[in-house]
Design a protein around this ligand. Sequence first.
Ligand code: AKG
Length: 273
Amino acid sequence: MKTNHNGYWGPFGLLNELETKLIIDQFGNFSDRLLPWLKGRHTVNPLIAEIACHPIIVEQLKAILGDDVLLSGCQIIKQAPQKNLSWHVDLEHAQWEGLSVWVALENVIPGKSMSLIARSQNFGATPEDFKLQGKDLSSPGKVLDLAKELDPEATLVELHITDGQFFIFDGKLWHATQNPSDSPRYALLLQYCRPDQKVKAVLDINYPQIRFHSFKPECLLISGSDQYGVNRVITRKQVGTPVRKVKAALWYAPRTIAYKALRKVRRRFLRWS
Ligand SMILES: O=C(O)CCC(=O)C(=O)O
């Protein structure tokens, strides 16, 4: 993977207001609860697969990953008013090498919604590692001070991105999101890799922990071909077929539902995490 010094690329223009609304509507058209796994919407939802294959995104990805590209996972993310997601890396990209694309859909505020530490993809450690060591990462200034100890040229970037635009980042880049407004904020996360990377299906992300399903997830071929055969690869034509939707809802999704129910019981009665 040809990464650049900063660990991110963009923002680039992609969607108009109508298109961003159509993506948000997919929440209602196919509930998250019926997905084969948390980040498996691309297997059942043709519109999301279409956006993931958008030529403007693919052109940028090919310049970084080469001609052969898979979509390993995706998620429509609703961030509640006044909520934030503290500093982290995309934990799956600690397991396999990949890129994330974040598409701003609604109520993204330029300079206030997405924060990055440029060059942090090479730190070899995550913000969670430092939190576990007792470091204070409670403000962007403190995160930057720590980052500068690791790389004096690291910088804090409050990304100037607006609804309809996307940016690409190395999965190991430190980032955080905030919604300082009184309305929900929506974004689409798309995760890509080369076909030689072995992808797993995310079951649960609870920073700094990530759990995976035991089944092999379906990855969508975005460009080129798969010469490796380490993943289950599908093409655009296979996305959202009735059989795939029924299997997602009746065979795969119940595993996530059962896991969540069990987790609730453990937390309530056994105080497990
Ligand atoms: O959109 C968000 O609030 C979170 C996106 C993100 O940082 C992630 O999924 O890793």
